[in-house]
Design a protein around this ligand. Structure first.
Ligand SMILES: [Zn+2]
Length: 168
């Protein structure tokens, strides 16, 4: 009888330890290191994006919002380096192609890697504009206009809040 109880206690203890073991599995950081050859799409639920991003980052990148001109962190930013997607770390623009547009938003005349940035027709608000998105996670970045400087004549008008800067 006592032996039976002892065996049962040992069995229960083993189960408890096993349960603790599986329950303590930690979810590692989901941040990705950018690789120019990696075209894998980043797909997350709205809840996952809300957890990862600030309220303003979520509104601009996932709900196609626009930060107020002259309020963002990069419109008047002149350090040498790269601008990555705030959502998925995809390389989007470099300081080499940044120029003073006078608009109050960071402006570039071309993407760092053409295939990393996508363009979508945007007819909202009665305008005919071209929306710019991150090709890896579909984040809204801003719009592109054809009144930019040489050599492309393009002006990528981007929300600071969609970007994260990495100094070189
Ligand atoms: Zn992205």
């Amino acid at each position: 009888m006592r032996l039976g109880i002892l065996i049962a206690a040992i069995a229960l203890g083993t189960i408890a330890v096993a349960a603790c073991g599986s329950g303590s599995t930690t979810v590692g950081s989901t941040e990705r290191i950018w690789d120019p050859d990696d075209s894998t799409k980043v797909v997350k639920t709205d809840d996952e994006w809300r957890t990862q991003l600030s309220e303003e980052e979520y509104h601009v990148t996932r709900e196609k919002g626009t930060e107020r001109a002259f309020t963002g962190r990069y419109w008047d930013h002149h350090e040498h380096g790269n601008y990555h997607c705030v959502c998925c770390d995809n390389l989007l623009f470099t300081s080499d192609t940044k120029f003073e547009s006078g608009t109050g938003w960071p402006s570039f005349y071309q993407p760092a890697v053409a295939s990393n940035v996508g363009e979508v027709s945007d007819r909202s608000f009665g305008w005919n504009r071209t929306e710019v998105i991150c090709n890896r996670c579909d984040a809204h970045l801003g719009h592109v206009f054809d009144d930019g400087p040489n050599p492309t004549g393009l002006r990528y008008c981007i929300n600071s809040v969609s970007l994260t800067f990495k100094k070189e």
